[in-house]
Write a protein that binds this ligand. Structure first.
Ligand SMILES: Nc1nc2c(ncn2[C@@H]2O[C@H](COP(=O)(O)OP(=O)(O)O)[C@@H](O)[C@H]2O)c(=O)[nH]1
Ligand SMILES: [Mg+2]
Length: 202
């Protein structure tokens, strides 16, 4: 068994992913996570530090970090970047006043080296509120079409009704899996291609 085969087998056994939930305060990050976990979503108070939730979703163990988004807490976001496989950016689709702030915070995150390889899921949350922006409006307000550095997807959702929450997680998991787990299989195959004989290189 080649070394790369052993590495691949170990990674497949673990099948862990680290997912970071960020966004402005009040976007609905904590509520989404509680809803996904089947917990009561009433009476959630603002997150002052962070919460970690571990879900087993399909065959993956997801370690999800939910970090407070108040302006004073945003400088601390960088403490959570290490080894992030997917970034879930949650937007309050009813908050038209802060779309510029929301766009700037997102684009500055995308410049971070430690988030360079992460998949980006944008949740256009609070779709149950009448008059909220739809996902095309959010896509344009956040200038998502200019993002070339990350795989990204936007989904309209609601933490109250549960619309699209699982679908979003599915996309993030599939995108990360495509990179983390299947790419090692490709490396393995390429390692078996024999190098050119030395004589032929001269
Ligand atoms: N109507 C509605 N309210 C939501 C939704 N998601 C979150 N909220 C409310 O928005 C407020 C902020 O939610 P929270 O999860 O604390 O936001 P966080 O700061 O991003 O963690 C709370 O009052 C939630 O009940 C949603 O999809 N629809
Ligand atoms: Mg919170």
């Amino acid at each position: 068994m080649g070394l790369l085969t052993i590495i691949r087998k170990n990674r497949q056994k673990e099948k862990e992913m680290r997912i970071l939930f960020l966004g402005l305060d009040n976007a609905g990050k904590t509520t989404i996570l509680k809803k996904l976990n089947g917990e009561d979503i009433m009476g959630i108070s603002p997150t002052l530090g962070f919460n970690i939730k571990t879900f087993v979703h399909r065959k993956y163990t997801l370690n999800i970090w939910d970090v407070g988004g108040q302006r004073t807490l945003r400088p601390y976001w960088r403490n959570y970047f290490e080894q992030t496989d997917a970034l879930v950016w949650v937007v309050d689709s009813g908050d038209r006043m802060r779309t510029q702030d929301c766009k700037e915070e997102l684009h500055s995150l995308l410049l971070e080296d430690r988030l360079a390889g992460a998949s980006l899921l944008v949740f256009a949350n609070k779709q149950d509120i009448q008059g909220s922006m739809n996902s095309t409006e959010i896509r344009d307000a956040l200038d998502l079409l200019s993002i070339k550095s990350h795989h990204w997807k936007i989904l309209p959702c609601s933490a109250v009704t549960g619309e699209n929450l699982v679908e979003g997680l599915d996309w993030a998991v599939d995108d990360v899996a495509g990179r983390l787990y299947y790419s090692t299989a490709v490396e393995d195959v390429s390692s078996r291609i024999s190098p050119r004989p030395i004589a032929a290189q001269q």
